[in-house]
Design a protein. Structure first.
Length: 89
């Protein structure tokens, strides 16, 4: 963790069918604008869940849901929210 810049969260329970880390990076752009980058580095250990994740749900479903939730909290978005970075006021 770097206050006001970087936070990395990791699933510590190895008994789950999935794991990984999430990295949150904030980059001030000036004039009250901050670029937010969320990187999901997930692992799916169970082959059945891996199949469902790839062919049924899609690998990016969780991150897209997360970004949609962020957009509801910060509705003044200058750029479309996609997997990647978006600027918020």
């Amino acid at each position: 963790m770097v206050p006001e810049r970087l936070l990395v969260g990791r699933i510590a329970n190895t008994d789950l069918p999935f794991g990984g880390s999430w990295t949150y990076e904030l980059e001030p752009k000036g004039d009250g604008v901050t670029a937010v980058r969320v990187t999901e580095d997930g692992e799916v250990y169970n082959p059945i869940f891996r199949f469902v994740s790839r062919f049924v749900m899609g690998h990016d479903t969780t991150i897209r849901q997360y970004l949609a939730a962020v957009a509801t909290r910060f509705p003044a978005v200058d750029e479309p929210i996609e997997a990647g970075a978006a600027a918020h006021r």
